[in-house]
Design a protein around this ligand. Structure first.
Ligand SMILES: O=P(O)(O)OP(=O)(O)OP(=O)(O)OC[C@H]1O[C@@H](n2cnc3c(O)ncnc32)[C@H](O)[C@@H]1O
Ligand SMILES: [Mg+2]
Length: 200
């Protein structure tokens, strides 16, 4: 039997990836937008708190189990920025193009060594069975790479055209979707989450 789960996200890129990731697990993902769930506030300083807020909001609105993802890109040279603010790094209205421009300009202005371009993606996933679930399942994934000034690739979303996997010589936007979905922060977190879910 397939497990219906609300994906508590309005990001089309994430929703595409979750559809591909969840289908083989026998889960039936439902986008929260299609169920009329309004967007949750995500004002917290941790990915975990924001993911909990999104999952609880979707459970409350639908009465169904929910899976939320709070994620971002972190650059050690910038003290971890943009981090939890990745979606709105260059302010409102949200724009991947302006976020990427600001990120590359910020790093280029400070970088002295190649390692200054190091970056990693992080995703924290929260699965809640109901709005009052006392034991949400929580998992995180990290994907390390290096920023490149020149964008490359048409796939993925967000910062992917500037996120190089040095060992592959490709940006995340150049990877076939199946490969990103094997390697990414989101994929790693989901594998951990599903394993943990099996135990309770
Ligand atoms: O909150 P929801 O509705 O899920 O959608 P969102 O886009 O606002 O999502 P976040 O608040 O979690 O912000 C995450 C941002 O980090 C970036 N990001 C996260 N995962 C990414 C990935 O796999 N590839 C590229 N950029 C990513 C991208 O800019 C996202 O908008
Ligand atoms: Mg968000």
């Amino acid at each position: 039997m397939s497990r219906r789960v609300v994906v508590a996200s309005n990001n089309a890129g994430k929703l595409r990836e979750f559809s591909a990731l969840l289908a083989p697990l026998g889960w039936q993902p439902l986008a929260q937008g299609e169920l009329g769930v309004s967007e949750a506030e995500e004002p917290w300083p941790t990915f975990l708190e924001n993911a909990l807020a999104k999952a609880r909001n979707a459970c409350a609105a639908t009465g169904l189990p929910a899976l939320a993802d709070d994620s971002g890109i972190s650059v050690p040279l910038l003290g971890g920025a943009p981090g939890v603010l990745s979606a709105r790094y260059a302010g409102e209205p949200r724009s991947d193009a302006r976020n990427n421009e600001k990120l590359i300009a910020s790093v280029a202005a400070r970088a002295r060594a190649e390692s200054d371009w190091d970056a990693f993606y992080v995703a924290v996933l929260v699965f809640m069975r109901s709005v009052d679930d006392p034991l949400p399942i929580i998992a995180q994934g990290i994907w390390r790479g290096r920023l490149v000034a020149a964008p490359a690739g048409e796939g993925g979303f967000g910062y992917d055209p500037h996120f190089l996997l040095p060992e592959l010589g490709l940006t995340a936007a150049q990877l076939p979707a199946e490969q990103k979905n094997r390697l990414s922060h989101r994929a790693q977190a989901l594998t951990t989450l599903v394993a943990a879910l099996g135990g309770v």
